[in-house]
Design a protein around this ligand. Sequence first.
Ligand code: AMP
Length: 219
Amino acid sequence: MRLVLLGAPGAGKGTQCKHIAAQYRLLHLSSGDILRKERAAGTKLGKKAQSFMDSGALVPDGIILEMMTKAIKKAPAAGFILDGFPRTVNQAVELDKSLAVNNRKLDAVLNLKIDDRIVAKRMTGRRSCPQCGAVYHIDNLKPKVDGLCDNDGAKLVQRSDDSPEVVANRLKTYHQQTEPLVDYYKNNGTIFDVDADRAPDEVGALIFQKLDDLAKCEA
Ligand code: AMP
C-alpha cells in the first residue's frame, strides 16, 4: 500500500502513522522527523531547513522533494505511509510524477480533520524527552513526576516550534499551503476524511476500517 496521511500539525498524524505502519508493515516516512534528525546531526540540509522550521514556515519544495524521493526509493515492496509530505500542491504533483515513472500511484490519502483550537491546545501543551523521544502533555498525558520523563528521568522540553506564536503560524501555513491538497486529491485519487477529534485508539479504529475496506475492494 502507498498511503499519505494529511492533516493539520497536531492532528495526530505521527501517532496514527506508527500504528498503520506496524499493522500493514509499511515504511513510515515523516518529513518532519527526517528534518529534525538532519538538524540534530548538523548536516547541510539540516542547516538549510532550520530557519524555516523555527518560524513555522515550510521548507522550500526543492529541498523537501529531493529528500523525500530519496527516502521513498528505500521503501519495501509492502509500501509506505507518508507523514507530513506532501504539504504543497507542487509537492503532490511531483510525488505523483515520480511514482508514475515506475507505473505506481498512491492507493489512498487519509485526511485527519480537526478544529484549529483543539490542535493549538494539543501542541502548545506537548512536552517531550530529549533522550528517548517519549511524548507527554501538560494536561492529559502527564509524567509521574512533573517535568521529568517516566522512562529515564530526563528533563522534558517543549519543541521549539510548539510555542504559541509558532503554532499559530504553522496553522496559518497549513490552511494556506497544505489544505488545497484536499481538493487536489479529491480530483486525483482516493481520499477519506477521518474525524480526528477523538481518542487516538478510536481514530486508529476508523482508519483501519477504511484501509481494510480498501484492501478488500482491491483484492
Ligand atoms: P512536522 O513535524 O511534520 O510538523 O514538521 C515540522 C516542520 O518541518 C514544519 O513546520 C516545516 O517547517 C518542516 N516540514 C516538514 N515537512 C515538510 C514538507 N513536506 N514541506 C515543507 N516543510 C516541511
